[in-house]
Design a protein around this ligand. Sequence first.
Ligand SMILES: [Zn+2]
Ligand SMILES: [Zn+2]
Length: 258
Amino acid sequence: MIGQKLSKSFSAGFGVSTGELFWYLVLASSVWAVLYLVLKSRLRHRRVAPHEPNSGQIAREVTYSLRSIGVFGLVTTLVVFAELSGGTMLYYKVGDYGWWWLVASFFVMVFLHDAYFYWTHRLMHLGRFYRRFHHAHHLSTSPTPWAAYAFSPWEALVQAGIGPLIVFTIPSHPSVFAAFMLWQIAFNVYGHCGYELFPRWFMRSPLGLFLNTSTHHSQHHEKFRSNYGLYFNFWDRLMGTNHPAYEAKFESVGARNS
Ligand SMILES: [Zn+2]
Ligand SMILES: [Zn+2]
């Protein structure tokens, strides 16, 4: 019985990490190809990261990301084991909670992840945690899309923690959780792409107050001690941790193209 559960958990963990690997490779390689190869010279004025990456950096970002996906797989295996033992809030029939919750639960996951990321990120910047947990991610001062999962194994465990937090506390349909996972890797690849893709009017619109940008996270990699948020800007605004030059930096990129 327990052997069966373990083997089911391992194969589910393997399946989920294969999906994560697939989306990481597809999104990072396509964004890389477009920004760093095909449109490199045309988008020069949209570059927000200060340096060009070398092949050693990219190799490190890919290697660390693959290792993180392995850690995510182990955490998924444990979560599936808990599910098979009846311990999670996963559900499979949409009718159990209705269509409205199917849609709303996606946004709940995104807002919960945003808060989880902001606070764990700030903790990992504290002196006693920084080297073990977060230093590996900051080896890239000019990150590329390949850095999306470039974490130490300890940070990968922290980042993977959002999965259990969601499925143990929120009624979660697997399809919504899969959509959430796709959203997080897509935003993460954008945040690390090293180019600003949003138009210049963005920062002057209500969206600029609300949603984070690639400039925001690029500045975090460059300056370290500000811009801790993930998807949304309100935690940084609330806690006064936006870099003072964030909006000016955003306005300065793409000056030829508004
Ligand atoms: Zn980063
Ligand atoms: Zn950081």
